[in-house]
Design a protein around this ligand. Structure first.
Ligand code: CAA
Length: 287
C-alpha cells in the first residue's frame, strides 16, 4: 500500500497505549476508530484523549482548534466491524498476552479489507507467531510506540519472518507522518531492542529493593540523576504499567532464560493490582 493512500486508522485497545496511539494518529489528521471490548473501556480511553489534548492545548503545545479537530476525528466503538471495516491500517494495542492477541487477529481478519496492513504494538511478543494466525503475514509487522505515545519520539518498526519490505516501508512512512522517528528492527527477537535493555533495568532495580540493598527512592535517585534517565526505574515502571513490564519479563524469561526471571516485588504489585499511574498507586501514590 502506498503511504499516501492511508486515510483511516483503526486502533484496537483503548488502554494506555491504544488511546495514546489513537490520539497521535488523530493529531496527524487521520480518521481514527478506537475499539475496545466494552463501552466502559472505550469511553475511558476517549476521556483520556480528551484530557491529554486539553493539557497540550493549555500548555500551548497545540492550538485549541487542533485539539478539537483531533478529538472530532476519533470515533470510539465496540463493534469490530465498525472499527476495522474501512481501515487502511489496523494498529493493535490489546493486553500483552500471546493468547489474547492471537484471538484478536483471528477475528479481525474476517472484518478488515484485504489490503489493510496489520501492525501490532506488542512490546515483546513474536511478530512472526502473531502474523501466522492472521490471514496476511506479509502485510503484518510490529509498530511499537512508547509510553506516553504523544510525548515519545521513537517507534520500533519490527519485521516478522514473513513481512514484505513494502509493508515495512509503508509503516515507517506512516510513523514519520505521525511525527515520530521510526527505527527498523530487522530481527524479531523477544523484547526487540528497547525492552531488551529497559525491562531488565526495571527488574534489576526491583531485585535491589527486594534484597533490601537500597530503597525505592535511593534506586530512583541514582537512575534519574546519575544515569541521566528522564525518570527513575520505579517511576518508569509506574508510568509504563507494572503489569506491562511484568508480562514482558515473563515472556523474555520463558524465551531467553534465567537472566530475565521477574522479581517477586513486581509479581506482588500485579497480584494486588497496584499497577502504577493508571490505577492510582504503584511503587508511588498518585491519588
Ligand atoms: N498528554 C499530555 N500531557 C501529559 C501526558 C500526556 N499523555 N503525560 C504526561 N503529561 C503531562 C503531565 O500531566 C505533566 O503536566 P503538569 O506539568 O501540568 O503536571 C507534564 O506532562 C509532565 O511533564 P514534565 O514537564 O514534568 O516532564 P517532561 O515533559 O520533562 O517529560 C516525559 C515527561 C516525556 C513522560 C518524561 O518524563 C519521559 O520521557 N519519561 C520517560 C518515559 C519513557 O521512557 N517511556 C518509555 C517507556 S518503555 C515503553 O513504553 C515500552 C514498553 O513497551 C514497556
Amino acid at each position: 500500500m502506498d503511504p499516501d493512500d492511508i486515510d483511516r486508522i483503526a486502533v484496537l485497545g483503548a488502554g494506555n497505549m491504544g488511546h495514546g496511539i489513537a490520539e497521535v494518529a488523530a493529531l496527524a489528521g487521520y480518521d481514527v476508530t478506537m475499539r475496545d471490548i466494552n463501552e466502559e473501556f472505550v469511553q475511558n480511553g476517549y476521556e483520556q484523549i480528551e484530557w491529554s489534548l486539553e493539557k497540550l492545548a493549555e500548555k500551548d503545545q497545540i492550538s485549541q482548534a487542533d485539539a478539537d479537530g483531533a478529538l472530532d476525528r476519533v470515533t470510539p466503538v465496540v463493534d469490530l466491524d465498525a472499527a476495522v471495516g474501512d481501515a487502511d491500517v489496523v494498529i493493535e494495542a490489546v493486553p500483552e498476552k500471546m493468547d489474547i492477541k492471537k484471538d484478536v487477529y483471528r477475528d479481525v481478519a474476517d472484518h478488515a479489507p484485504p489490503e489493510a496492513i496489520f501492525a501490532t504494538n506488542t512490546s515483546s511478543l513474536s511478530v512472526t507467531e502473531l502474523s501466522e494466525v492472521s490471514d496476511r503475514p506479509e502485510q503484518f509487522c510490529g509498530m511499537h510506540f512508547f509510553n506516553p505515545p504523544v510525548r515519545m519520539q521513537l517507534v520500533e518498526v519490527i519485521s516478522g519472518a514473513h513481512t514484505a519490505d513494502g509493508t515495512l516501508d509503508t509503516i515507517e512512512a506512516l510513523a514519520e507522518s505521525l511525527g515520530k522517528t521510526p527505527v527498523r528492527v530487522r530481527k524479531d527477537s523477544p523484547g526487540f531492542i528497547v525492552n531488551r535493555v529497559l525491562v531488565p533495568l526495571m527488574n534489576e532495580a526491583a531485585w535491589i529493593v527486594e534484597a533490601d540493598d537500597a530503597t525505592i527512592e535511593e534506586v530512583d535517585s541514582t537512575t534519574k540523576y546519575d544515569l541521566g534517565l528522564p525518570m527513575g526505574s520505579f517511576e518508569l515502571a509506574d508510568q509504563v504499567g507494572i503489569d506491562v513490564g511484568y508480562h514482558v519479563l515473563e515472556y523474555m524469561y520463558q524465551e531467553l532464560g534465567d537472566a530475565y526471571r521477574p522479581c517477586p516485588l513486581l509479581a506482588n504489585k500485579v497480584e494486588t493490582e497496584e499497577l502504577g499511574k493508571k490505577t492510582g498507586r504503584g511503587f508511588y501514590d498518585y491519588e
